[in-house]
Design a protein. Sequence first.
Length: 237
Amino acid sequence: MSKPTRALVLFSGGQDSTTCLAYALTQYDHVETIGFNYGQRHEVEMACRIEVLNALRAQFPAWAARLGEDHCLDLNLLGQISDTALTRQKQIEFDAKQIPSTFVPARNLLFFTFAAALAYRRQLTCLVGGMCETDYSGYPDCRDNTLKSLQVTLSLGMDSPIVIDTPLMWLDKAATWGWAQHLGGQAFIELIRLKTHTCYLGDHETLHDWGYGCGTCPACELRKQGYVTYMKLPQSV
């Protein structure tokens, strides 16, 4: 298969997917985005993702020239069948396998499947996602083997080769901050810090050095720790 030139980015409006979008806009000739409303507790991300897209178009004209249509799918059924701390007002806890109660079973599998169906119609041959196995919340559907297997399944099931590109898979959060700076400089870091949303509890009012969030949920902890480490690295000076 020749190198893909048209990509669809799974874009939530968070730090990781925004960094992946910037990456895609430097690697592919045409890039579209897709978001999912699945009854998430932090539904504020649905508004933030639009703000991030608008800011990218306004502040980075070279990227804007490659950025195409945005798509948003209603997957509320997933929220209805998922009894998790990400779709219900429940305490965030860890089970015996250390998987947090924010894990929504099959979420990424469904996201990629719906994205692949849209990509097939739009002639987009690469799906880009911000999943990471190095520094993550313990979700089994973020693992490299899971997504490699899914890439094969989707390609066979649609009889059309499709690539799942996960550029953050082996980066920790500090490296992700650093890579964002490499991609778009300090302006992009500020966009991520002030426009993106990560907090599982949906707090987009409390501003910290690393961005908005409650500061205590697992997503905020990862983002905060990564930012603190990143600020100590030579490239952040």
